[in-house]
Ligand binder design. Structure first.
Ligand code: ZN
Ligand code: ZN
Length: 298
């Protein structure tokens, strides 16, 4: 939280900062869930069983860069807000944007993400070729052997393959010697900026929410993403303590932004089940925003 103190002053004002009042109009929801369709450990069916068992009133499966877990079964559809978590970059740093309300699998955003996935394979071939030219004996099959679930192909897989073949001792060494940004084996991956992704989400009838803002490299990025058109912030997330949640809530209310939250579930954690308490009014506002965007887009 220390680094966020100036954020309060710059964008909210210490004077106006108060913890959120205790409220009684909450519902158990989870708008940030991963499955084996990206890097979660549970298949969609298993996750949906848990959604039922926990009695979540509203939920969204937000796999990375894909909506392969959709559609959900008819009996859960009313409680579900379709979503995904999109990887983007902002001034050189990774930013995750949650996109809610995307209904068409053939829309510009989903097509673009599919192309990006194909580009990752091309890029991996190019990196392997560079390493082979350095007389490092590594193949695509070695890298593929490191891919678990449906996670998209990236440098960590290549690094682990180099370790598995005994060509380096550690993943860190693989990066340091070969595949870090300036390394001899590195090939850049073309990614969209956060501004481009937000605009694309809007064009596809969706609502763009800044995922886990506390993970942003620089607190000022929250404000910059707002200026780029983000519609909301994920104020409730395991990375945000009570004070941080209150601060983000205050920021959102002062800018007319939506508020969302979830557990960012990837695998079961003993002390925490699915679901977070969210205000009913915030969920209604999110649903209204999605409806409005869909009307404008159509
Ligand atoms: Zn994320
Ligand atoms: Zn996530």
């Amino acid at each position: 939280m220390a680094g966020w103190a100036w954020f309060l002053e710059a964008f909210i004002g210490f004077e106006s900062y108060r913890p959120a009042p205790p409220n009684t109009k909450c519902m158990l929801c989870d708008l940030h869930l991963h499955t084996t369709k990206s890097d979660g450990v549970w298949a969609p069916e298993r996750l949906l069983e848990e959604v039922q068992a926990r009695g979540l009133e509203c939920f969204s499966i937000t796999d990375h860069d894909c909506m392969d877990a959709y559609p959900v079964p008819a009996d859960l559809r009313e409680r579900c807000i379709p979503g995904l978590e999109v990887d983007s970059h902002h001034v050189g740093h990774t930013v995750h944007i949650l996109a809610y309300g995307i209904a068409d699998p053939g829309c510009e955003l989903m097509c673009r993400l599919r192309t990006q996935r194909e580009n990752r394979v091309e890029r991996m071939h190019a990196m392997i070729l560079r390493l082979q030219r350095l007389r490092i004996e590594i193949t695509m099959a070695d890298v593929q052997a490191q891919v678990t679930g449906a996670s998209s192909l990236g440098r960590p897989h290549l690094a682990r393959a180099l370790v598995a073949k005994g060509l380096v001792q550690t993943v860190q060494e693989a990066f340091d010697r070969y595949i870090a940004d300036e390394g001899d084996g590195f090939v850049a991956l073309e990614r969209l900026t956060s501004g481009e992704i937000i605009a694309m989400i809007h064009r596809c009838g969706g609502v763009a929410v800044i995922a886990h803002p506390l993970r942003l490299r620089d607190p000022a990025h929250v404000h910059e993403l707002y200026e780029l058109g983000a519609d909301g912030v994920e104020a409730t997330h395991p990375t945000a303590d009570f004070a941080a949640q209150a601060m983000l809530r205050k920021f959102a209310l002062s800018r007319g932004l939506l508020l969302t939250g979830g557990t960012d579930f990837h695998y079961p954690v003993a002390e925490r089940g699915l679901g977070v308490e969210l205000e009913r009014a915030d969920i209604e506002a999110l649903r209204c925003a999605i409806e409005r965007r869909a009307r404008v887009g159509s």
